[in-house]
Design a protein around this ligand. Structure first.
Ligand code: NAD
Length: 470
């Protein structure tokens, strides 16, 4: 971590008017200061100071919004951005270097390059489930690529939103990076403005609203959406390990994770054995009364709590099922005998309820997955490489982990993003720098006279020469 703190005077503006954000940032971007390597590095340093020095405030805000266990918050909301920040700082000079590419013989003598230039003013809109990480991670990409950015945290995580509005202007260049708090009216006002890129994380429903607004200005968008991420368990899986990993991946943040296993498709020969092991793993992780466990988050608000409760009406509950609206608590729940047309199979569950559905062949599991929209993640637990190949070839997903849940998201070299209904565009690691950069083609030539072949009059002889050159 860099040595000196860079907190600016407490007079920094916490509230930025939504209506003038793009214009103000655009005027600043045109001055050009955000393009230099030194500005980018200084902002990445300052962002790291923010994460380190305000760690407890960040953990407290996440606990207040979602009752996030500090260890989950530390790893997913602070740890992930910290390692991405360090990677960006280390690699930035190399990423920014113009990339030399081959020039065809016909165009010689010349040199060709791809320059990465900042897109300009960017708008980053985040969801509430990882309300800190989902602002900071894209911001690392926006800064690394030399952009200005307006940050719109989710109003459904008000403590994190207020924390970002308070501290970001004190650590970062407030002419270039602004936080705009608010709900739908403020987001709508932001979306009406002319941005050079919009980076949105949230539901597909709002993703459509974002894309429609962006179309008016021909603004490119990255949409980080969600969906129903399946988890296939075939009969060759190691059930002990599988149960542990699925329970961990599902109930982390109380199931409010875009890449959480949404439902399990398990081979009917191992259905009961897997369910029994998952039940005992839940007890091992969260105790006999998970409500007393400090390691289980709460549901974000009453509306989502009520939505989850409705899924449980008439459900065949194996374990869990208890709810308490006063605490927005839903017990880690496993449900069996779930049909394809069951209400909980019609939308992303986004809560601690895990339906388990059995299949009789891998082909039928693939068929089931392919009747749904393309998911953000697909998980396969199988020790059979032929089955692994079959599932990879037969399905499509934003990303996949084999024999684990969502660990692929932690590999910065792997692009993180959806496909089809689960999103467009990807980030993390170098991909975050790329998503906020324009790849500008540059050909450099000297002033040696061009071959007369190029210019009119276009004779038959020139035609013959050209045919030989291609
Ligand atoms: P949300 O309600 O916090 O909305 C996200 C953002 O959209 C907020 O900033 C909100 O102000 C804005 N918004 C909401 N309604 C709007 C409207 N009508 N017009 C304009 N702006 C509006 O979050 P959410 O949509 O409930 O997020 C949950 C979804 O996000 C899930 O589907 C989840 O899978 C997905 N998600 C995806 C990722 C990812 O990285 N791919 C990460 C987290 C969550």
């Amino acid at each position: 971590m860099p040595s000196s703190p860079r907190v600016s005077s407490p007079s920094a503006q916490a509230d930025e008017p939504a209506s003038s954000a793009a214009r103000a940032l655009s005027a600043h971007f045109k001055r050009g200061s955000t393009k230099s390597l030194s500005w980018r590095l200084s902002q990445l340093d300052a962002l790291e100071h923010f994460l380190m020095e305000r760690e407890q405030d960040i953990l407290d805000a996440l606990h207040a919004d979602l009752r996030k266990p500090p260890l989950e918050a530390l790893t997913s909301e602070i740890g992930v951005p910290t390692s991405e920040l360090r990677l960006a700082r280390k690699k930035l000079a190399a990423w920014m270097k113009p990339e030399r590419v081959r020039t065809p013989l016909l165009l010689m003598p010349a040199r060709s390059y791809v320059y990465r230039e900042p897109l300009g003013v960017t708008l980053i809109i985040a969801a509430w489930n990882y309300p800190f990480q989902l602002i900071v991670l894209p911001l690392i990409g926006a800064i690394a690529a030399g952009n200005c950015a307006a940050l719109k945290p989710s109003e459904l995580a008000p403590n994190v939103s207020a924390l970002l509005a308070k501290w970001i202007p004190k650590y970062l260049d407030r002419d270039a990076i602004r936080v705009v708090e608010g709900g739908i009216p403020e987001t709508t006002t932001l979306l009406q403005q002319n941005w050079d890129h919009i980076f949105y994380t949230g539901s597909a429903r709002v993703g459509r609203i974002v894309m429609e607004a962006a179309a008016k200005h021909l603004t490119p968008v990255t949409l980080e959406l969600g969906g129903k991420s399946p988890c296939i368990v075939d009969e060759s899986a190691d059930l002990e390990t599988t149960a542990k990993r699925i329970v961990y991946g599902k109930f982390f943040n109380a199931g409010q994770t875009c890449v959480a296993p949404d439902y399990v498709l398990v081979h009917d020969r191992v259905h009961d054995a897997l369910v029994n092991r998952m039940v005992s793993t839940i007890r091992e992780f969260y105790g006999d009364d998970p409500k007393q466990s400090a390691d289980l988050s709460r549901i974000v608000n009453e509306q989502h709590h009520a939505r989850l409760r409705r899924f449980l009406d008439g459900a065949d509950i194996v374990t869990g099922g208890q709810t308490d609206p006063s605490e927005r608590y839903v017990a880690p729940t496993i449900v069996k005998n779930v049909g394809e047309d069951d209400p909980m199979m019609q939308e992303e569950i986004f809560g601690p309820i895990l339906p388990v559905i059995s299949f009789s062949s891998v082909e039928s599991a693939i068929g089931f997955v392919n009747r749904q929209a393309k998911p953000l993640a697909l998980y396969l637990f199988s020790r059979d490489e032929a089955v692994q190949d079959l599932v990879l070839a037969g399905t499509s997903a934003g990303g996949t982990a084999i024999n684990h849940v969502w660990l692929h998201v932690g590999v910065p070299e792997l692009p993180f993003g959806g496909v089809g209904e689960s999103g467009m565009g990807a980030y993390h690691g170098r991909h975050s720098f790329e998503v906020f950069s324009h790849r500008r083609s540059v050909l450099k030539k000297g002033t040696l006279p061009d071959a007369p072949l190029l210019f009119p009059p276009y004779t038959a002889r020139k035609m013959r020469w050209f045919k030989k050159l291609f």
